[in-house]
Write a protein that binds this ligand. Sequence first.
Ligand code: AMP
Length: 304
Amino acid sequence: MGNLLVVGSVAFDSVRTPFGEASNVLGGSATYFSTSASFFTDVNLIAVVGEDFPNEHLDFLRSRGINLDGLEQRPGKTFRWRGEYSYQLNEAQTLETHLNVLETFRPKIPASYTTPSALFLGNIDPELQLDVLNQVKRPSIVACDTMNFWIEGKRDALWKVLEHIDILVINDGEARALGDDANLVQVAKRILSRGPKTLIIKRGEYGVLMFHQQGIFGAPAYPLEAVKDPTGAGDTFAGGFMGYLSATENYSEAGLRQAIIFGSVMASFNVEEFSLDRLRHLTREDIDERYTSFKHLTHFEDLS
Ligand code: AMP
């Protein structure tokens, strides 16, 4: 089994959806990602929190076996994000972003982390993503996520990150903004010409599309009876995807396809509750059961 290094945000989120709301709950791109990945592989986390970050959250991350040597606790407040979803749950409207301790964060990679077998540059300032890339021995696989906040604010730095990665994982709205085109196939062409070998576009309830030289692969989202909060779905998807790749170290076309299904399984659980509440009591048996249902969902016989 490999070891997966992730850098990203650890946050307090306040979220409102048509089905409820939650204030100052545990969130952040790296939190969702590492919790999801921890079901498959060893995870080393690089992030920063403020002095207001409670031990109970640290205990939860430790209980998932996540290595927190690279989680800095600094004077000041933890990053805070506030967002809202309409009935169309696909895209969050960001109401507030308070970078707080993230604003002056400079990731320091502990010596024990410098040779990861897989690296995920979670949603965070692209300059910090570059900083992390420069501090580690290039692992076999590097993937990256981002969002509109950085596409609009740090576009050049982001393009520089993309020159050095294997896989970009972003949602459809972000892909259109980055690729400057409404058509996702055109967007994929443009982004793939700038560095990444693979582009994975997350399309919320419509699932995921993977573009690369070998062609296009599509997976639906698992149809659920109730979705309460889509926050973190993308990061949970990426955590399952990268966690599975890190565990198997199989980066073939078939390996990537299977990893996409595990990512989709993990995201489907996460949206059932607010914050990370569903992942807190998820079991490996739950994951395997839904994976089997997913196989039925997407299987068809060729009768021609
Ligand atoms: P997702 O729903 O997977 O796109 O990610 C949601 C998570 O991203 C939330 O838990 C937020 O705390 C976090 N987040 C929102 N905005 C930012 C930002 N500008 N930088 C880093 N993390 C962010």
